[in-house]
Design a protein around this ligand. Structure first.
Ligand code: CTP
Ligand code: MG
Length: 238
């Protein structure tokens, strides 16, 4: 039974504060997204990798695929939010696009283009759990305590750090469950939601299993993260 992956790569990387979207920023002269694609390609049981990029970056992405000889990649147009980009990727996999050579997988992995250090063991863990529960995602312990500010900028309440987790990527879903959830959900969800597991839970009537991720799953967000990525890559090749 087939497994495919959807990689949202249509963001502009505002928090990084550089003109180039972070997924295309060079790390040791190679665009960040190329490392992420490489990490997924190493996993032989991932059949198709669907990458969502903006029209503006489509040609650049094709160039990267060619230059670094990436395999099993299909490109789709990104949406204005991450959820919309993912939805476009799922539509391409659903097999109801007339010119699509993709076929519907049993399980779909969703992974950010800007988390280059994903490893096979965590991918396998989320896929195995998704088959059993319907949905699964990697989590990490919280670094900082999460608080809720009130409207006047004072502390409303804080969450007990040990009882909460950070939701990371990758996540995996039974394809029919997550595709149905995206079709059912509201425009509000697609605009403001940041959590695919939550959508699956709300519209999919499944359980979302949480599995331990590794520290290197962190998302490249700020400029200093590019230096961290660089030093991890150097460490791995030495
Ligand atoms: N993403 C996407 N389509 C969007 C917005 C985001 O495919 N409309 C992707 C990003 O390219 C990234 C992933 O979703 O791979 C995680 O999002 P995030 O880290 O928030 O990236 P950006 O939105 O690009 O960064 P920022 O929020 O700092 O602008
Ligand atoms: Mg964003």
């Amino acid at each position: 039974p087939a497994v495919a992956a959807v990689l949202p790569a249509g963001g502009s990387g505002e928090r990084m504060g550089v003109p180039t979207p972070k997924q295309f920023c060079p790390v040791l002269e190679r665009p960040l997204i190329s490392y992420t694609l490489q990490a997924l390609e190493r996993v032989c049981w991932i059949k198709d990798i669907v990458v969502a990029v903006t029209g503006e970056n489509m040609e650049a992405m094709k160039g990267i695929i060619q230059k670094y000889q990436h395999q099993r990649i299909s490109l789709v147009e990104a949406g204005v939010t991450r959820h919309r980009s993912i939805f476009n990727g799922l539509k391409a996999l659903a097999g109801d696009q007339p010119d699509s050579k993709l076929s519907k997988p049993e399980v779909v992995i969703i992974h950010d283009a800007v988390r280059p250090f994903v490893e096979e063991d965590v991918l396998l863990k989320v896929v195995t759990a998704a088959k059993e529960y319907g949905a699964a995602g990697a989590i990490r312990p919280l670094v900082s305590t999460v608080i809720s500010p009130s409207a006047d900028g004072c502390l409303d309440h804080s969450l007990e750090r040990a009882r909460h987790r950070a939701s990371e990527m990758p996540q995996a879903f039974l394809f029919d469950v997550i595709y149905e959830a995206y079709q059912q959900c509201s425009d509000y969800d697609l605009e403001f939601g940041t959590e695919c597991l939550q959508l699956a839970l709300k519209y999919g009537h499944i359980k979302a299993k949480l599995v331990e991720g590794s520290p290197d799953l962190w998302k490249v967000t700020y400029k200093r993260d590019l230096y961290a990525a660089e030093s991890i890559i150097k460490e791995r090749i030495s």
